[in-house]
Write a protein that binds this ligand. Structure first.
Ligand SMILES: Nc1ncnc2c1ncn2[C@@H]1O[C@H](COP(=O)(O)OP(=O)(O)OP(=O)(O)O)[C@@H](O)[C@H]1O
Length: 245
């Protein structure tokens, strides 16, 4: 997936919130997005999700199935959690939400009206809705805010599973909730500009790649069609893997 010179503003004559963003996202990428309040993180995530269109520039090759969990779940609706998830399942072609509800420990929430949910509980419903269709691109806006400890611990595993099958995960996160994952890319929005930091503090923390252990580099030859899947799998297991040409 590629962003080319993407700029966005909400209204004509207003300043651009995002300016000239260029980026490439590859299968298996996990991206942590940071920035001060109002920097434009949510706006960028909505552009990536296809919920907003760039004012100028293009976004190409978005994976066909996108899961998006917004930071504020629209809670003022007269549905129960079950009714909402049933509805979203139908929209998603009959995707199964029940295993996610179980995994995220939502049994006690299912009968509640959406409007009565706490912030963390609403986040779980938003997550279930985003995950049920097995997205190739999972976008999470402040996913750790308000979550209970069990679910916080579960999210990195879920992200690992998605990138392990060649998906992309991007999360705005001030809390470093994905830092335990290997090979996380770090993006930030500063003054409307998307920047990628080149430091990779997480990689060296991972058991598969530590600075204390001697490192080796191997060359692997494989059918070109399998390349992205192979790279994603290796990254998912914590190895530094890149295409050399
Ligand atoms: N629907 C909207 N209409 C007009 N301006 C908007 C709209 N949504 C956001 N903005 C403005 O765009 C800018 C970026 O907002 P955005 O919500 O993307 O930032 P953020 O980095 O996600 O902030 P936070 O960390 O506080 O959630 C802000 O100046 C905000 O006021």
């Amino acid at each position: 997936m590629r962003l080319s010179k993407v700029s966005f503003r909400y209204r004509r004559r207003e300043p651009f919130v995002i300016q000239d963003a260029d980026a490439r996202l590859d299968p298996g990428d996990v991206i942590e997005l940071t920035g001060v309040n109002g920097a434009g993180k949510s706006t960028l995530l909505r552009l990536l999700a296809g919920l907003a269109r760039p004012t100028t520039g293009t976004i190409a090759d978005r994976p066909p199935i996108v899961g998006f969990a917004p930071d504020r779940f629209p809670a003022g609706q007269p549905f129960t959690v079950t009714a909402y998830l049933h509805h979203m399942s139908r929209v998603r072609g009959g995707a199964r939400w029940e295993p996610w509800a179980e995994r995220l420990n939502m049994g006690h929430l299912l009968g509640l009206p959406l409007g009565e949910l706490s912030k963390g509980s609403a986040h779980k419903v938003g997550l279930t809705q985003a995950l049920m269709a097995e997205p190739g691109l999972l976008i999470l806006d402040e996913p750790f805010a308000g979550l209970d400890a069990d679910t916080r611990e579960e999210l990195p595993s879920i992200a690992t599973e998605i990138v392990g099958r060649g998906g992309i995960v991007i999360a705005s996160d001030h809390q470093g909730g994905l830092r335990a994952l290997p090979a996380v890319r770090h993006w930030s929005v500063v003054d409307g500009h998307l920047k990628e930091s080149t430091t990779k503090p997480l990689l060296t923390d991972h058991p598969a790649v530590t600075s204390e252990r001697p490192q080796a580099t191997v060359a692997v030859t494989l059918p070109a069609a399998e390349l992205q899947h192979f790279l994603a799998r290796m990254r998912g297991e914590g190895y530094q893997a890149e295409e050399t040409g």
